[in-house]
Design a protein around this ligand. Structure first.
Ligand code: CTP
Ligand code: MG
Length: 587
């Protein structure tokens, strides 16, 4: 898999992305304004402390004014109190905004994913999409909670300190600033190194995630083929490289932060040395020097943090780029412009010169034309890979034909509202998908219009009721993810009940190829016949019994319709169907 395509190092600030991100903040604009306001107040308060110290020393301590000293101490405490309250509100507020924005973005990604055409999911591995909705969104949260706003605050504090320092004593201020080139150079190095190792971390965790995902879902195969040791070794490789990347980052932090400490101590030493001389000369007061000591401490901290925040911003920009790319993928058009109303159901389906390709080059269906009259039951047969499943995915518009038209009761399906179309068709797929939840939920699939009685009736009709009853909780029996606590036959019966409960006018069934025991086989074929009753049915048949119940048969061969007719007619022709029959059905 190509991870590099996923992890492009971009700018730390991109106004186009930022503009779009700000849209997510818009609903919380009053809270954001409040948070920024509090931040500025907090910054100003930070500046006040050292200044009060200066006054305390020069004005009161130097002249033995105990009363004044008490007063200034009280003001100092009051300010500390205010600072505490402001910090609390500010921190809680930014976190609250961050969490809500994340909540909104996750919701948006999820709804968007649901509207994407299936062809999108053919191209994008699950792991990648999961990363979008979790990790990438989290990176954005980092930016909101400790990135943008905090940078704003840091810069404000920095500028404030510079102004105050220059006003207090410009010579001493310039002296403090002499260490700046050192700090800037160190930050530059740090930023470059850490950026690279952060990139490694993200890349490697993505690898671990997708490897884990594949191994867990393929656990049966892993165990059967004794792949545990080999897969473990591979995992350890990934695990180790992930750890190394983290340690690398930690090393850079361990070098950088103490280095900044030392440089700022150097500045402190300069202040004390020069300030000390000036105090002795009586050209500078003790209070000013003490205030400078305090200011210089507050001065280096935001500088140190800035380089860290630069990385947060850069990661966030990369994440938002990816999130927006996902959000910009065009959704399937559910309601076409100038859509036509779906006429009352008769149940006629027509393919008119339909050609279809998944990838744009290889045609899976070639110039397919046929018409199913209302109420007819048609079986589609063909070798594996002939295009049978593809054929039915086009009817429900899971994919769009490359050429040609599909008509439902005489109307081009591409002019219909997709939901209306799908409501009319009951589909049973080759691979049954079971959601975690109970049996009733899995039949009803959240449709509240289907009563419990209807659920039971559908289950009875397709012979599923019997096995459901055997469970102690009946229809409330919990099913695990993907229905792993059901047998293959049970899953199929359940999917039949699901299709029937929705009372579709048209039935599309992709018969599963998996073989089941004779008794279940009987239950299934009986259920299929019941499903086909009174409705137009298009069935991809693998069972002789199903084919025999069909009015006529379509033979698909390498994407083309090669033969059509009744069972007897086709047998007489002695063509593809005859051969298929000999191989597959004549057991
Ligand atoms: N195919 C594809 N992309 C998909 C699904 C299918 O490229 N998302 C290709 C397959 O590789 C195959 C062809 O489309 O060559 C037809 O696939 P399908 O219609 O699924 O074949 P069926 O006739 O349904 O085969 P089977 O009997 O095995 O279900
Ligand atoms: Mg198939």
């Amino acid at each position: 898999m190509n991870f590099h395509e996923e992890e492009i190092l971009g700018k730390a600030y991109d106004s186009r992305l930022m503009k779009r991100l700000l849209q997510f903040l818009y609903p919380y604009r009053s809270k954001v304004t409040l948070a920024v306001g509090l931040l500025l107040i907090a910054a100003i308060i930070q500046l006040a402390g050292p200044f009060l110290t200066k006054i305390a020393i020069d004005r009161y301590i130097a002249h033995g004014n105990v009363h004044g000293l008490k007063l200034i101490a009280m003001i100092y405490f009051a300010i500390l109190g205010v600072q505490y309250v402001i910090s609390f509100v500010h921190q809680y507020l930014t976190a609250w905004i961050g969490q809500n924005v994340m909540f909104d973005i996750r919701a948006k990604i999820f709804t968007h994913l649901q509207k994407l055409p299936l062809s999108f999911f053919d191209k994008n591995p699950v792991g990648r999409l999961v990363t979008r909705t979790t990790n990438d969104v989290e990176t954005l949260n980092n930016m909101l909670s400790s990135g943008v706003v905090a940078i704003f605050g840091d810069v404000f504090v920095l500028v404030g300190i510079i102004i105050v320092m220059i006003n207090l004593n410009w010579q001493l201020a310039l002296l403090t600033f002499t260490v700046l080139p050192l700090i800037i150079y160190a930050s530059f190095l740090f930023r470059k190194k850490v950026r690279e190792s952060y990139r490694k971390i993200r890349l490697r965790i993505a690898r671990i995630n997708s490897y884990l995902q594949e191994n867990i879902s393929g656990m049966t195969t892993v165990q059967i083929f004794n792949r545990e040791k080999k897969n473990f070794d591979r995992f350890m490789e990934l695990n180790n490289s992930y750890k190394e990347a983290h340690l690398e980052t930690i090393r850079y932090y361990a070098i950088f932060f103490p280095a900044i400490e030392i440089i700022s101590s150097l500045a402190l030493a300069l202040i004390l040395w020069y300030g000390g001389i000036k105090i002795i000369d009586h050209t500078l007061t003790l209070g000013i020097v003490v205030a400078f000591v305090q200011y210089s401490e507050r001065f280096f901290q935001p500088i140190r943090d800035l380089s860290d925040k630069y990385n947060i911003m850069q990661a966030a920009m990369a994440s938002s780029e990816r999130i927006f790319k996902l959000l910009d993928t065009p959704e399937q058009i559910m309601v076409p412009e100038n859509y036509l109303p779906l006429p009352p159901a008769k149940g006629e389906i027509e393919f008119r010169n339909v050609t279809f390709s998944y990838n744009g080059t290889d045609n899976v269906l070639k110039n397919v034309s046929f018409k199913i009259k209302p109420g007819e039951k048609v079986a589609v047969v063909g070798a594996t890979g002939a295009g049978k499943t593809s054929l039915i995915s086009l009817i429900t518009r899971m994919y769009e034909p490359t050429q040609g038209k599909i008509l439902m009761d005489g109307v081009d399906t591409s002019r219909l509202k997709v939901r209306e179309l799908r409501r009319r068709i009951g589909v049973v797929l080759q691979d049954v998908f079971i959601f975690s939840g109970n049996i009733e939920d899995n039949i009803r699939l959240g449709n509240q219009d289907i009563s419990f009685e209807e659920v039971v009736e559908a289950a009875k009709n397709v012979n599923a009721h019997k096995f459901i009853e055997k469970h102690s909780h009946n229809y409330r029996h919990k099913l695990s993810e993907r229905g792993s606590n059901l047998s293959v036959g049970q899953k199929q019966l359940l999917s039949f009940a699901r299709a029937l409960a929705f009372k579709p006018e048209i039935l599309i069934l992709d018969e599963a190829t998996s073989s089941v025991d004779t008794e279940t086989e009987h239950l299934i074929s009986d259920a299929i016949n019941k499903l086909m009753e009174f409705r137009t049915s298009l069935i991809i048949a693998h069972r002789l019994s199903t084919i025999q119940h069909a009015d006529w048969i379509l033979v698909l061969h390498k994407g083309e319709i090669r033969e059509r007719g009744t069972h007897q007619e086709l047998l007489k022709q002695g063509g593809i169907y005859y051969r298929l029959y000999q191989l597959q059905f004549n057991k």
